[in-house]
Unconditional design. Sequence first.
Length: 435
Amino acid sequence: TSHSGAFSLARSQELFSEAQQLLPGGVNSPVRAFRGVGGEPVFIERANGAYLHDVDGHRYLDYVQSWGPMILGHTYPSVVEAVINASQRGFSFGAPTEAENVLARLVIESVPSVEMIRFVNSGTEATMSALRLARAYTGRDKIIKFSGCYHGHADMLLVQAGSGVATMGLPDSPGVPAQTTQNTLTAEYNDTAAVEQLFATYPDDIAAVIVEPIAANMGLVPPTPGFLESLRELTERHHAVLIFDEVMTGFRVALGGMQERAQITPDLTCFGKIIGGGLPVGAYGGRREIMSLVAPLGPMYQAGTLSGNPLAMAAGIATLTELRKPGQYQELERKGQVLEEGFTKALQDHHIQASFVRIGAMFCLYFNAEPVVNYTVAKHSDTARFAQYFWNMLEHGIYLPPSQFESCFISLALEDAMLEETIRAASTCLGALIS
Ligand code: PMP
Protein backbone atom coordinates (compact mmCIF):
# COMPACT_ATOMS: atom_id res chain seq x y z
CA THR A 1 0.00 0.00 0.00
CA SER A 2 1.08 3.57 -0.59
CA HIS A 3 0.04 5.20 2.66
CA SER A 4 2.78 6.29 5.00
CA GLY A 5 3.82 8.37 7.97
CA ALA A 6 1.40 9.48 10.62
CA PHE A 7 -1.65 7.89 9.03
CA SER A 8 -1.95 4.61 10.89
CA LEU A 9 -4.50 1.89 10.40
CA ALA A 10 -2.98 -0.26 13.16
CA ARG A 11 -6.24 -1.28 14.83
CA SER A 12 -7.87 -2.05 11.48
CA GLN A 13 -4.88 -4.20 10.58
CA GLU A 14 -5.13 -6.05 13.90
CA LEU A 15 -8.83 -6.71 13.41
CA PHE A 16 -8.28 -7.77 9.81
CA SER A 17 -5.66 -10.36 10.70
CA GLU A 18 -8.06 -11.77 13.28
CA ALA A 19 -10.92 -11.67 10.76
CA GLN A 20 -8.87 -13.57 8.21
CA GLN A 21 -8.72 -16.52 10.62
CA LEU A 22 -12.48 -16.46 10.99
CA LEU A 23 -13.99 -15.33 7.70
CA PRO A 24 -12.83 -16.18 4.17
CA GLY A 25 -10.64 -13.25 3.17
CA GLY A 26 -11.58 -11.56 6.44
CA VAL A 27 -14.89 -10.28 5.06
CA ASN A 28 -18.48 -11.19 4.36
CA SER A 29 -18.53 -9.67 0.88
CA PRO A 30 -15.47 -9.67 -1.40
CA VAL A 31 -15.00 -6.02 -2.45
CA ARG A 32 -14.77 -5.01 1.21
CA ALA A 33 -11.37 -6.69 1.45
CA PHE A 34 -9.77 -3.81 -0.55
CA ARG A 35 -8.06 -6.20 -2.95
CA GLY A 36 -9.04 -3.88 -5.78
CA VAL A 37 -6.61 -1.33 -4.34
CA GLY A 38 -3.95 -3.74 -3.13
CA GLY A 39 -4.32 -3.24 0.58
CA GLU A 40 -6.25 -4.07 3.70
CA PRO A 41 -9.65 -2.73 4.68
CA VAL A 42 -10.53 0.01 7.09
CA PHE A 43 -12.72 -1.27 9.94
CA ILE A 44 -15.61 1.02 10.72
CA GLU A 45 -16.66 1.81 14.24
CA ARG A 46 -19.65 4.06 13.60
CA ALA A 47 -21.11 6.55 11.17
CA ASN A 48 -23.07 9.74 11.38
CA GLY A 49 -24.47 11.98 8.65
CA ALA A 50 -21.89 12.30 5.89
CA TYR A 51 -19.12 10.74 7.97
CA LEU A 52 -17.68 7.32 8.68
CA HIS A 53 -15.45 6.86 11.73
CA ASP A 54 -12.89 4.05 11.72
CA VAL A 55 -11.44 2.09 14.62
CA ASP A 56 -8.17 4.07 14.48
CA GLY A 57 -9.92 7.37 15.13
CA HIS A 58 -10.04 8.71 11.56
CA ARG A 59 -13.09 10.42 10.14
CA TYR A 60 -13.98 10.17 6.45
CA LEU A 61 -16.53 11.73 4.14
CA ASP A 62 -18.40 8.65 2.95
CA TYR A 63 -18.88 8.18 -0.80
CA VAL A 64 -19.70 4.48 -0.46
CA GLN A 65 -22.83 4.75 1.68
CA SER A 66 -22.95 1.04 2.32
CA TRP A 67 -22.84 0.68 -1.48
CA GLY A 68 -25.87 2.85 -2.03
CA PRO A 69 -28.57 2.62 0.63
CA MET A 70 -27.57 5.54 2.87
CA ILE A 71 -28.74 8.32 0.56
CA LEU A 72 -29.96 10.43 3.50
CA GLY A 73 -26.65 10.03 5.31
CA HIS A 74 -26.01 7.76 8.30
CA THR A 75 -28.17 7.62 11.43
CA TYR A 76 -30.74 9.93 9.89
CA PRO A 77 -32.99 10.88 12.86
CA SER A 78 -36.39 9.88 11.45
CA VAL A 79 -35.01 6.56 10.22
CA VAL A 80 -33.34 5.76 13.54
CA GLU A 81 -36.54 6.63 15.37
CA ALA A 82 -38.65 4.47 13.06
CA VAL A 83 -36.38 1.47 13.56
CA ILE A 84 -36.27 1.90 17.34
CA ASN A 85 -40.05 2.18 17.49
CA ALA A 86 -40.51 -0.88 15.29
CA SER A 87 -38.01 -2.91 17.31
CA GLN A 88 -39.94 -2.23 20.50
CA ARG A 89 -43.00 -3.78 18.88
CA GLY A 90 -41.16 -6.99 17.95
CA PHE A 91 -38.45 -7.97 15.49
CA SER A 92 -40.20 -10.44 13.26
CA PHE A 93 -43.51 -12.25 13.24
CA GLY A 94 -43.61 -14.23 10.03
CA ALA A 95 -47.10 -12.80 9.61
CA PRO A 96 -48.35 -9.85 7.60
CA THR A 97 -48.02 -6.31 8.97
CA GLU A 98 -49.41 -2.95 7.93
CA ALA A 99 -45.87 -1.66 7.31
CA GLU A 100 -45.60 -3.92 4.26
CA ASN A 101 -48.66 -2.24 2.73
CA VAL A 102 -47.21 1.18 3.49
CA LEU A 103 -43.81 0.50 1.89
CA ALA A 104 -45.46 -1.27 -1.07
CA ARG A 105 -47.67 1.78 -1.62
CA LEU A 106 -44.70 4.15 -1.41
CA VAL A 107 -42.85 2.20 -4.11
CA ILE A 108 -45.93 1.74 -6.30
CA GLU A 109 -46.77 5.45 -6.13
CA SER A 110 -43.21 6.43 -6.98
CA VAL A 111 -42.61 3.97 -9.81
CA PRO A 112 -45.63 3.77 -12.15
CA SER A 113 -44.54 0.54 -13.90
CA VAL A 114 -44.85 -1.26 -10.56
CA GLU A 115 -48.43 -2.34 -9.94
CA MET A 116 -47.64 -5.07 -7.42
CA ILE A 117 -44.51 -5.81 -5.46
CA ARG A 118 -42.95 -8.65 -3.44
CA PHE A 119 -40.38 -7.87 -0.75
CA VAL A 120 -37.35 -10.10 -0.29
CA ASN A 121 -34.10 -9.69 1.68
CA SER A 122 -31.47 -8.69 -0.87
CA GLY A 123 -30.90 -7.58 -4.43
CA THR A 124 -29.70 -11.08 -5.24
CA GLU A 125 -33.04 -12.55 -4.24
CA ALA A 126 -34.88 -9.87 -6.19
CA THR A 127 -33.17 -10.58 -9.53
CA MET A 128 -33.20 -14.34 -9.02
CA SER A 129 -36.93 -14.28 -8.32
CA ALA A 130 -37.74 -11.82 -11.13
CA LEU A 131 -36.02 -14.13 -13.59
CA ARG A 132 -37.87 -17.17 -12.29
CA LEU A 133 -41.06 -15.19 -12.72
CA ALA A 134 -40.18 -14.13 -16.27
CA ARG A 135 -39.49 -17.75 -17.14
CA ALA A 136 -42.75 -18.87 -15.56
CA TYR A 137 -44.67 -16.18 -17.43
CA THR A 138 -43.17 -16.87 -20.85
CA GLY A 139 -42.60 -20.60 -20.55
CA ARG A 140 -39.12 -19.99 -21.96
CA ASP A 141 -35.67 -20.63 -20.47
CA LYS A 142 -33.11 -18.29 -22.00
CA ILE A 143 -32.19 -14.92 -20.58
CA ILE A 144 -29.98 -12.11 -21.83
CA LYS A 145 -27.65 -10.20 -19.53
CA PHE A 146 -24.91 -7.70 -20.30
CA SER A 147 -21.18 -8.03 -19.69
CA GLY A 148 -20.09 -6.05 -16.68
CA CYS A 149 -23.58 -5.87 -15.22
CA TYR A 150 -23.92 -7.40 -11.78
CA HIS A 151 -27.25 -8.71 -10.59
CA GLY A 152 -26.18 -10.50 -7.43
CA HIS A 153 -24.61 -13.90 -7.02
CA ALA A 154 -27.25 -16.35 -8.25
CA ASP A 155 -25.62 -19.14 -10.29
CA MET A 156 -27.26 -18.25 -13.60
CA LEU A 157 -26.09 -14.63 -13.29
CA LEU A 158 -22.42 -15.22 -12.55
CA VAL A 159 -21.53 -14.85 -16.18
CA GLN A 160 -19.46 -11.84 -17.27
CA ALA A 161 -20.51 -10.26 -13.98
CA GLY A 162 -19.29 -6.92 -12.69
CA SER A 163 -18.66 -5.69 -9.12
CA GLY A 164 -16.42 -8.01 -7.06
CA VAL A 165 -16.12 -10.42 -9.96
CA ALA A 166 -14.64 -7.56 -12.03
CA THR A 167 -12.54 -6.21 -9.17
CA MET A 168 -10.88 -9.58 -8.50
CA GLY A 169 -10.59 -10.26 -12.23
CA LEU A 170 -12.31 -13.57 -11.59
CA PRO A 171 -13.47 -15.80 -14.39
CA ASP A 172 -17.00 -17.03 -13.99
CA SER A 173 -17.15 -18.69 -10.60
CA PRO A 174 -16.31 -22.33 -10.00
CA GLY A 175 -19.18 -24.17 -8.38
CA VAL A 176 -21.63 -22.97 -10.98
CA PRO A 177 -22.79 -26.01 -13.00
CA ALA A 178 -22.54 -25.47 -16.75
CA GLN A 179 -26.21 -26.42 -17.10
CA THR A 180 -27.11 -23.48 -14.89
CA THR A 181 -25.59 -20.91 -17.19
CA GLN A 182 -26.24 -22.52 -20.55
CA ASN A 183 -29.41 -20.46 -20.82
CA THR A 184 -27.65 -17.21 -19.97
CA LEU A 185 -26.82 -15.30 -23.13
CA THR A 186 -24.56 -12.25 -22.89
CA ALA A 187 -24.08 -9.11 -24.93
CA GLU A 188 -21.92 -6.02 -24.52
CA TYR A 189 -23.62 -3.14 -22.74
CA ASN A 190 -24.86 -0.51 -25.19
CA ASP A 191 -24.67 -2.96 -28.10
CA THR A 192 -28.14 -3.06 -29.61
CA ALA A 193 -26.99 -5.05 -32.65
CA ALA A 194 -25.75 -7.85 -30.39
CA VAL A 195 -29.15 -8.11 -28.72
CA GLU A 196 -30.90 -8.10 -32.09
CA GLN A 197 -28.60 -10.91 -33.14
CA LEU A 198 -29.46 -12.98 -30.05
CA PHE A 199 -33.18 -12.53 -30.69
CA ALA A 200 -32.65 -13.47 -34.34
CA THR A 201 -30.83 -16.65 -33.27
CA TYR A 202 -33.36 -17.60 -30.55
CA PRO A 203 -36.60 -15.90 -31.62
CA ASP A 204 -38.90 -18.01 -29.41
CA ASP A 205 -36.61 -18.98 -26.54
CA ILE A 206 -35.77 -15.79 -24.69
CA ALA A 207 -37.75 -15.26 -21.51
CA ALA A 208 -36.17 -12.00 -20.40
CA VAL A 209 -33.62 -9.31 -20.88
CA ILE A 210 -32.22 -8.12 -17.54
CA VAL A 211 -30.28 -4.88 -17.52
CA GLU A 212 -28.92 -2.28 -15.15
CA PRO A 213 -30.48 0.81 -16.78
CA ILE A 214 -27.32 2.60 -15.71
CA ALA A 215 -24.48 0.10 -15.38
CA ALA A 216 -22.92 0.77 -11.98
CA ASN A 217 -20.93 -2.37 -11.32
CA MET A 218 -18.13 -1.76 -13.82
CA GLY A 219 -17.59 1.81 -12.67
CA LEU A 220 -20.42 3.89 -14.08
CA VAL A 221 -21.62 3.41 -17.64
CA PRO A 222 -24.70 5.32 -18.74
CA PRO A 223 -26.87 3.84 -21.47
CA THR A 224 -26.13 5.43 -24.84
CA PRO A 225 -29.16 7.18 -26.39
CA GLY A 226 -31.51 4.61 -27.88
CA PHE A 227 -30.07 1.57 -26.10
CA LEU A 228 -32.77 1.13 -23.47
CA GLU A 229 -35.43 2.05 -26.04
CA SER A 230 -34.20 -0.72 -28.32
CA LEU A 231 -34.37 -3.23 -25.46
CA ARG A 232 -37.97 -2.21 -24.84
CA GLU A 233 -38.80 -2.54 -28.51
CA LEU A 234 -37.05 -5.90 -29.02
CA THR A 235 -38.53 -7.52 -25.90
CA GLU A 236 -42.00 -6.33 -26.86
CA ARG A 237 -41.64 -7.62 -30.39
CA HIS A 238 -40.44 -11.03 -29.18
CA HIS A 239 -42.82 -11.29 -26.22
CA ALA A 240 -39.94 -11.39 -23.76
CA VAL A 241 -39.97 -9.71 -20.35
CA LEU A 242 -37.89 -6.58 -19.88
CA ILE A 243 -36.41 -6.46 -16.38
CA PHE A 244 -34.77 -3.29 -15.12
CA ASP A 245 -32.43 -4.04 -12.26
CA GLU A 246 -32.77 -0.80 -10.32
CA VAL A 247 -31.18 -2.16 -7.15
CA MET A 248 -28.62 0.67 -7.48
CA THR A 249 -30.55 3.28 -9.45
CA GLY A 250 -33.97 2.92 -7.81
CA PHE A 251 -34.76 6.03 -5.69
CA ARG A 252 -31.18 7.11 -6.43
CA VAL A 253 -31.22 8.92 -9.79
CA ALA A 254 -34.89 9.94 -9.43
CA LEU A 255 -37.79 8.96 -7.21
CA GLY A 256 -38.94 6.77 -10.08
CA GLY A 257 -35.43 5.46 -10.80
CA MET A 258 -33.75 5.41 -14.18
CA GLN A 259 -37.01 4.36 -15.84
CA GLU A 260 -38.41 7.78 -14.90
CA ARG A 261 -35.39 9.60 -16.32
CA ALA A 262 -35.37 7.52 -19.50
CA GLN A 263 -39.18 7.44 -19.79
CA ILE A 264 -39.22 3.71 -20.42
CA THR A 265 -41.64 1.25 -18.87
CA PRO A 266 -40.09 -2.13 -18.07
CA ASP A 267 -42.27 -5.15 -17.31
CA LEU A 268 -40.51 -5.95 -14.04
CA THR A 269 -38.19 -3.93 -11.81
CA CYS A 270 -35.81 -5.11 -9.11
CA PHE A 271 -35.06 -2.99 -6.06
CA GLY A 272 -32.79 -3.16 -3.04
CA LYS A 273 -30.51 -0.82 -1.10
CA ILE A 274 -32.38 2.50 -0.65
CA ILE A 275 -35.82 0.93 -0.22
CA GLY A 276 -34.46 -0.72 2.93
CA GLY A 277 -32.73 2.41 4.25
CA GLY A 278 -29.67 0.34 5.21
CA LEU A 279 -31.46 -2.73 6.51
CA PRO A 280 -31.57 -5.92 4.43
CA VAL A 281 -34.31 -5.51 1.82
CA GLY A 282 -34.85 -6.30 -1.82
CA ALA A 283 -37.99 -6.33 -3.92
CA TYR A 284 -39.32 -7.15 -7.34
CA GLY A 285 -42.44 -5.76 -8.86
CA GLY A 286 -44.13 -4.80 -12.07
CA ARG A 287 -47.14 -5.50 -14.22
CA ARG A 288 -50.06 -6.95 -12.30
CA GLU A 289 -50.60 -9.62 -14.96
CA ILE A 290 -47.07 -10.95 -14.44
CA MET A 291 -46.94 -10.47 -10.66
CA SER A 292 -50.18 -12.44 -10.39
CA LEU A 293 -48.17 -15.58 -11.09
CA VAL A 294 -46.31 -15.23 -7.77
CA ALA A 295 -47.36 -17.68 -5.02
CA PRO A 296 -49.80 -17.85 -3.34
CA LEU A 297 -51.78 -15.89 -5.94
CA GLY A 298 -50.16 -17.92 -8.70
CA PRO A 299 -47.92 -20.98 -9.16
CA MET A 300 -44.44 -19.36 -9.23
CA TYR A 301 -42.96 -20.23 -5.84
CA GLN A 302 -40.89 -17.74 -3.88
CA ALA A 303 -40.85 -17.21 -0.11
CA GLY A 304 -38.83 -15.88 2.84
CA THR A 305 -38.83 -16.26 6.63
CA LEU A 306 -37.74 -12.67 7.17
CA SER A 307 -39.24 -11.12 4.03
CA GLY A 308 -41.13 -7.91 4.79
CA ASN A 309 -39.28 -7.74 8.12
CA PRO A 310 -40.83 -5.04 10.34
CA LEU A 311 -37.54 -3.27 11.13
CA ALA A 312 -36.51 -3.25 7.50
CA MET A 313 -39.94 -2.00 6.41
CA ALA A 314 -39.75 0.78 9.01
CA ALA A 315 -36.34 1.92 7.77
CA GLY A 316 -37.56 1.82 4.18
CA ILE A 317 -40.74 3.74 4.91
CA ALA A 318 -38.87 6.46 6.80
CA THR A 319 -36.26 6.74 4.05
CA LEU A 320 -38.72 6.93 1.15
CA THR A 321 -40.91 9.36 3.08
CA GLU A 322 -37.95 11.70 3.36
CA LEU A 323 -37.02 11.25 -0.31
CA ARG A 324 -40.56 12.08 -1.45
CA LYS A 325 -40.34 15.57 0.03
CA PRO A 326 -40.05 18.21 -2.69
CA GLY A 327 -36.62 19.26 -3.91
CA GLN A 328 -34.58 16.27 -2.72
CA TYR A 329 -33.51 15.08 -6.17
CA GLN A 330 -32.83 18.63 -7.35
CA GLU A 331 -30.57 18.98 -4.33
CA LEU A 332 -28.78 15.72 -5.13
CA GLU A 333 -28.37 16.91 -8.72
CA ARG A 334 -26.94 20.23 -7.53
CA LYS A 335 -24.44 18.48 -5.26
CA GLY A 336 -23.51 16.25 -8.17
CA GLN A 337 -22.91 19.28 -10.38
CA VAL A 338 -20.66 20.90 -7.78
CA LEU A 339 -18.53 17.76 -7.62
CA GLU A 340 -18.52 17.36 -11.40
CA GLU A 341 -17.27 20.91 -11.96
CA GLY A 342 -14.64 20.55 -9.26
CA PHE A 343 -13.32 17.20 -10.45
CA THR A 344 -13.35 18.26 -14.10
CA LYS A 345 -11.31 21.35 -13.28
CA ALA A 346 -8.87 19.34 -11.14
CA LEU A 347 -8.33 16.89 -14.01
CA GLN A 348 -7.66 19.77 -16.41
CA ASP A 349 -5.36 21.58 -13.95
CA HIS A 350 -3.19 18.50 -13.55
CA HIS A 351 -3.48 17.28 -17.17
CA ILE A 352 -4.78 13.89 -16.06
CA GLN A 353 -6.15 11.54 -18.71
CA ALA A 354 -9.25 10.38 -16.96
CA SER A 355 -12.97 10.74 -17.37
CA PHE A 356 -15.41 11.85 -14.73
CA VAL A 357 -18.80 10.26 -15.31
CA ARG A 358 -21.89 11.31 -13.39
CA ILE A 359 -25.62 10.77 -13.40
CA GLY A 360 -27.51 12.44 -10.57
CA ALA A 361 -26.03 11.30 -7.27
CA MET A 362 -23.75 8.65 -8.76
CA PHE A 363 -20.29 9.24 -10.18
CA CYS A 364 -17.08 7.51 -11.18
CA LEU A 365 -13.60 8.69 -12.03
CA TYR A 366 -12.16 6.38 -14.66
CA PHE A 367 -8.43 6.38 -15.20
CA ASN A 368 -9.08 5.68 -18.81
CA ALA A 369 -8.34 7.84 -21.84
CA GLU A 370 -11.34 6.49 -23.76
CA PRO A 371 -15.00 7.14 -22.97
CA VAL A 372 -16.18 4.02 -21.15
CA VAL A 373 -19.20 2.60 -22.97
CA ASN A 374 -18.91 -1.05 -22.01
CA TYR A 375 -17.03 -3.67 -20.00
CA THR A 376 -14.31 -4.18 -22.62
CA VAL A 377 -13.33 -0.51 -22.42
CA ALA A 378 -13.82 -0.35 -18.63
CA LYS A 379 -11.34 -3.20 -18.17
CA HIS A 380 -8.63 -1.11 -19.84
CA SER A 381 -8.75 1.40 -16.99
CA ASP A 382 -5.51 2.00 -15.11
CA THR A 383 -6.25 0.25 -11.82
CA ALA A 384 -2.76 0.97 -10.44
CA ARG A 385 -3.37 4.71 -10.81
CA PHE A 386 -6.79 4.29 -9.29
CA ALA A 387 -5.18 2.58 -6.27
CA GLN A 388 -2.73 5.47 -5.77
CA TYR A 389 -5.57 7.95 -5.97
CA PHE A 390 -7.72 5.86 -3.63
CA TRP A 391 -5.14 5.59 -0.82
CA ASN A 392 -4.20 9.23 -1.08
CA MET A 393 -7.88 10.25 -0.89
CA LEU A 394 -8.33 8.00 2.15
CA GLU A 395 -5.48 9.77 3.92
CA HIS A 396 -7.18 13.03 3.06
CA GLY A 397 -10.34 11.86 4.76
CA ILE A 398 -12.32 10.82 1.69
CA TYR A 399 -13.69 7.28 1.69
CA LEU A 400 -14.23 6.03 -1.88
CA PRO A 401 -15.23 2.57 -3.08
CA PRO A 402 -12.02 0.52 -2.99
CA SER A 403 -12.22 -0.43 -6.65
CA GLN A 404 -12.13 1.24 -10.05
CA PHE A 405 -15.16 -0.84 -10.99
CA GLU A 406 -17.65 0.63 -8.55
CA SER A 407 -19.71 3.80 -8.51
CA CYS A 408 -19.41 6.55 -5.88
CA PHE A 409 -22.56 7.80 -4.17
CA ILE A 410 -23.56 11.28 -3.05
CA SER A 411 -25.72 11.62 0.04
CA LEU A 412 -28.03 14.43 1.08
CA ALA A 413 -25.90 14.78 4.22
CA LEU A 414 -22.97 16.19 2.21
CA GLU A 415 -22.93 19.92 2.85
CA ASP A 416 -21.33 22.37 0.45
CA ALA A 417 -18.22 22.79 2.62
CA MET A 418 -17.78 19.00 2.53
CA LEU A 419 -18.08 18.95 -1.24
CA GLU A 420 -15.43 21.68 -1.42
CA GLU A 421 -13.22 19.67 0.93
CA THR A 422 -13.65 16.67 -1.35
CA ILE A 423 -12.68 18.68 -4.44
CA ARG A 424 -9.61 20.14 -2.71
CA ALA A 425 -8.54 16.64 -1.68
CA ALA A 426 -9.13 15.31 -5.19
CA SER A 427 -7.08 18.10 -6.71
CA THR A 428 -4.20 17.43 -4.31
CA CYS A 429 -4.35 13.68 -4.86
CA LEU A 430 -4.62 13.92 -8.64
CA GLY A 431 -1.71 16.37 -8.66
CA ALA A 432 0.35 13.90 -6.63
CA LEU A 433 -0.18 10.95 -8.98
CA ILE A 434 3.05 9.35 -10.13
CA SER A 435 2.71 8.06 -13.67
N1 PMP B 1 -28.24 -5.72 -8.70
C1 PMP B 1 -27.46 -4.64 -8.72
C2 PMP B 1 -27.58 -3.66 -9.84
C3 PMP B 1 -26.53 -4.44 -7.71
O1 PMP B 1 -25.75 -3.36 -7.75
C4 PMP B 1 -26.44 -5.38 -6.66
C5 PMP B 1 -25.46 -5.23 -5.52
N2 PMP B 1 -24.60 -4.19 -5.55
C6 PMP B 1 -27.28 -6.48 -6.69
C7 PMP B 1 -28.18 -6.62 -7.71
C8 PMP B 1 -27.24 -7.51 -5.61
O2 PMP B 1 -27.77 -7.00 -4.42
P1 PMP B 1 -27.38 -7.65 -3.03
O3 PMP B 1 -25.92 -7.40 -2.82
O4 PMP B 1 -28.27 -6.94 -2.05
O5 PMP B 1 -27.69 -9.11 -3.11
